[in-house]
Design a protein around this ligand. Structure first.
Ligand code: 26Q
Length: 765
């Protein structure tokens, strides 16, 4: 984008005057943020390229975890520096916008992946548009009170939403059995990196069909109407804060239908208005279903097409060509199943289409024990998605293999050609250029800038690795200082910047095994105290994670780690060797600060459980070694960078399968006194916990008929062995080279590659 300082500042001043009755000197940060953003929006619109004609893909997702838009947008428009200088010339600073709240309309990996894919598609000039929900409140804000997680509403719109445009003319009505609501789209441009492309993220907001009816209200008939209004807005009130578990709530079902019905009505209407026949809809569109959350799109499109006069078979034929489905998890508790009666009650016409799909499936004469969409009145959303979709994909090699051989093996036997792997990726713009500009500049200096949009080129850095070590260390050191200062300010914990930064940041889940990390810290702590561990390399153990508010064990683990942190950080004897901090409200913006400052990337899920992981890729790209299991994309990280340049431990997927058959952790505990000691802190009064949650945690690891579901205790010894090896390697020339080898081998994990794979193998764009 062209940038002219004078015009930019004039625009900002004019918006400040008209919208806030203030000027650049007196505007507060929020006002300035809105004015700057709107000025940029207007200019980007004025300079936009024509939308290319031709087929487009709709990315249907209940979550888009966009993070903060302003810096990324300025960077992608190529005006980050200029805008910064312009503001500086009038006594303001871009840095003020660090305060701006993230758009956290997602939980974790799945939502952030959607955001990376939109950015990459725009950059690769792939016609991909996002469709989702404009939640009034995003993922809760997390604080700790006495070590326990507390949740507060995330009022992200209090900062305004200058990057969205309300498109009144495209509003549609969405009908439920009990109420009809109006869906109004808010469009957010997704700018490609310095290429003039803007795709769209369209988020739907629910409103009452009619404005408030005062006459009816005055006639004292207002009650029913008032209720209708209330329900309509409620649909988009809040993002469900579950990650890898499903909450069978009716409101969640309403959200899902609301989003897909609005999107499809809008698309069908536009297609017809363009004078095109609906039998050719798949020539103009295809849709990617981001997990099962938007799968009601299938029966909804069937319904819409039949309303237009198509037979079921004709409509089904269109759907078979238009829909594709991505699975993000094999966790049984995350696979969506809905009560058929609930769907039939809420959406009778939609349920009818689901029943027709089930009937069609039955008529194929397949084994009904293996192939069903509805069984015992339960609708299996993944089965519906697989049956109708053209392509089904997993998100890492190992994950796709598990889908083929285990989770969906019967479907794979029936439709082997449907199943493909598309390994996840991350955008190198946000996750290196933006969050780590000094490292990006160092790379530019050696190999130029081609890697910005073709990350494979980063391998050209290999010959320079040995020379780069001092500069790399200096950059990492600066990033660590900045993070330490930020943590000091926000968490009140001192982390010496010369300590090793060992980081585990991701959603809190038992399968991700934050517990394994925490127990190892206690093991080191007691080892240092009793002298069995000598010269322990000074290490700061950094955690960040939100627990679903209803996930008891996850919250207990947060409490435990906070208690461990308190114990360690208040012990002067171990102060030279270790610190522990659990940062509050881990989100995209916190991740940007953490990822560039980490020395160790903890990716320690039980093998077979983490579909892919994407923070592993972010750390790798920033030159961090992985301490991890052979799970998800860790496997491919080792393939690309060499297992010898990372720190791999623990049972493999195959070993997990056999071990689980006879696993009994009691022996392990008895044979490992140091582990026993660490475990017993959960019950022996070392930590205060009036809720009794730590005792429950102890029970889940040691008692009942299936103790330690995620093999924390089984992998403990190997984990501690490899972790200690890593910490002792740290600081050697060899170690720094490993960091840079990882960075140089990260090319595969660009989401540019992922979206190109989708475009080629699935979308046929
Ligand atoms: C479903 C129904 C009702 C309420 C909530 C949900 C729900 C919401 C979010 C179920 C699952 C999720 C999120 C899953 C998720 O984030 N999976 C992650 O996807 C990443 C991107 O592919 C992978 O890298 C991670 O390995 C995977 O855990």
């Amino acid at each position: 984008m062209q940038f002219q300082r004078k015009i930019f500042l004039q625009d900002v001043s004019r918006i400040l005057a008209s919208d806030y009755a203030t000027d650049i000197e007196h505007a507060d940060t929020r006002e300035l943020y809105n004015a700057v953003s709107k000025a940029v929006m207007a200019e980007a619109f004025a300079q936009r390229d024509a939308h290319p004609e031709g087929k487009r893909c709709g990315y249907f997702s209940a979550e888009f975890l966009m993070g903060r838009a302003i810096f990324n947008n300025l960077m992608n428009l190529g005006i980050l520096e200029e805008a910064g200088q312009a503001l500086a010339s009038v006594g303001r600073a871009l840095g003020e916008f660090e305060e701006v709240e993230d758009a956290a309309l997602g939980n974790g990996g799945l939502g952030r992946l959607a955001a990376c894919y939109l950015e990459s598609a725009a950059t690769m000039n792939i016609p991909l548009d996002g469709y989702g929900i404009r939640y009034r409140y995003g993922l809760f804000r997390q604080t700790f009170v006495d070590g326990y997680q507390h949740e507060e509403g995330d009022d992200w719109l209090s900062w305004g939403d200058p990057w969205s445009v309300r498109v009144e003319r495209d509003a549609v009505e969405v009908k439920f059995a009990d109420i009809t609501v109006r869906a109004v789209p808010y469009d957010m441009p997704i700018f490609g990196y310095k290429n003039g492309v803007a795709n769209t993220l369209r988020l739907w907001s629910s409103e009452p069909v009619q404005a408030f009816d005062f006459e009816a209200f005055n006639d004292m008939c207002g009650d029913r109407k008032a209720e209708e209004n209330f329900d309509a807005t409620k649909i988009c009130d809040v993002l469900y804060p579950n990650d890898n578990t499903m909450a069978g709530k009716m409101l969640r079902l309403r959200q899902q239908y609301f989003m897909v019905s609005a999107s499809l009505q809008d698309i069908v209407r536009k297609h017809k208005a363009a004078g095109k026949g609906l039998k050719e809809l798949d020539k103009s569109y295809c849709f990617q279903l981001n997990d099962t959350h938007p799968v009601l799109a299938i029966p909804e499109l069937l319904r819409l097409l039949r309303l237009e006069g198509m037979t079921f078979e004709e409509a089904f034929g269109v759907c078979r060509k238009i829909f594709n489905f991505t699975n993000h998890t094999i966790m049984a508790e995350a696979l969506e199943k809905w009560d058929g009666l609930a769907i039939a009650d809420l959406l009778p016409d939609v349920y009818e289409q689901i029943a027709c799909c089930q009937q069609r499936l039955e008529q194929e004469g397949l084994d009904p024990a293996k192939y069903f969409i509805v069984r015992d009145n339960i609708v299996h959303m993944a089965n519906l998605a697989i049956y109708v979709s053209a392509k089904v994909n997993g998100v890492a090699e190992i994950h796709t293999n598990i889908l083929k051989t285990d989770t969906f093996r019967d479907w794979y036997a029936l439709y082997p050609e449907k199943f493909v792997n598309i390994t996840n990726g991350i955008t190198p713009r946000r996750w290196l250029l933006l969050n780590n500009p000094a490292l990006a500049a160092l790379i530019d200096e050696k190999i130029g800038t081609g890697w910005h949009t073709d990350l494979k080129q980063i391998s050209a850095i290999k010959p320079y690795i040995a020379d780069m070590v001092p500069a790399f260390r200096a950059i990492k050191g600066e990033n660590k200082k900045k993070l330490a200062a930020y943590i000091k300010e926000h968490e009140g914990v001192d982390i010496p910047a010369n300590f090793i930064f060992d980081v585990q940041v991701k959603r809190l889940h038992e399968y991700k095994r934050q517990m394994l990390n925490a127990l190892s810290i206690l093991y080191f702590y007691y080892g240092i105290k009793d002298g069995t561990i000598k010269d322990f390399p000074p290490t700061a153990f950094i955690f960040g994670a939100k627990a679903a508010p209803g996930y008891y064990m996850a919250k207990a683990i947060i409490k435990f780690i906070n208690e461990v942190a308190k114990l360690v950080n208040s012990d002067e004897e171990v102060a030279p060797y270790m610190r522990v901090v659990f940062v509050q409200n881990y989100n995209v913006s916190y991740a940007e600060k953490i990822v560039c400052a980490a020395d160790v990337s903890e990716q320690i899920s039980m093998a077979g459980m983490e579909a892919s992981g994407t923070s592993n890729m972010k750390f790798m790209l920033n030159g961090t070694v992985t301490l991890g299991t052979l799970d998800g994309a860790n496997v491919e990280i080792c393939e690309e960078a060499g297992a010898e340049n990372n720190y791999i431990f623990g049972a493999t997927v195959d070993e997990v399968a056999t071990i689980k058959r006879y696993y009994w952790p009691a022996e392990i505990i008895e044979q490992t006194p140091a582990l026993k000691r660490a475990l017993e802190t959960l019950t022996d009064g070392t930590f205060s916990d009036e809720t009794g949650s730590l005792a429950k945690l102890y029970e889940s690891l040691t008692a009942g008929h299936a103790p330690d579901r995620y093999l924390v205790l089984l992998d403990f010894i190997d984990y501690v062995r490899v972790k200690e090896e890593l910490l002792r390697d740290y600081g050697s020339e060899e170690f720094w080279k490993k960091c840079l080898i990882n960075m140089s081998a990260a090319g595969k994990f660009s989401s540019d590659r992922s979206v190109k794979d989708y475009a080629e193998l699935i979308w046929n764009l």
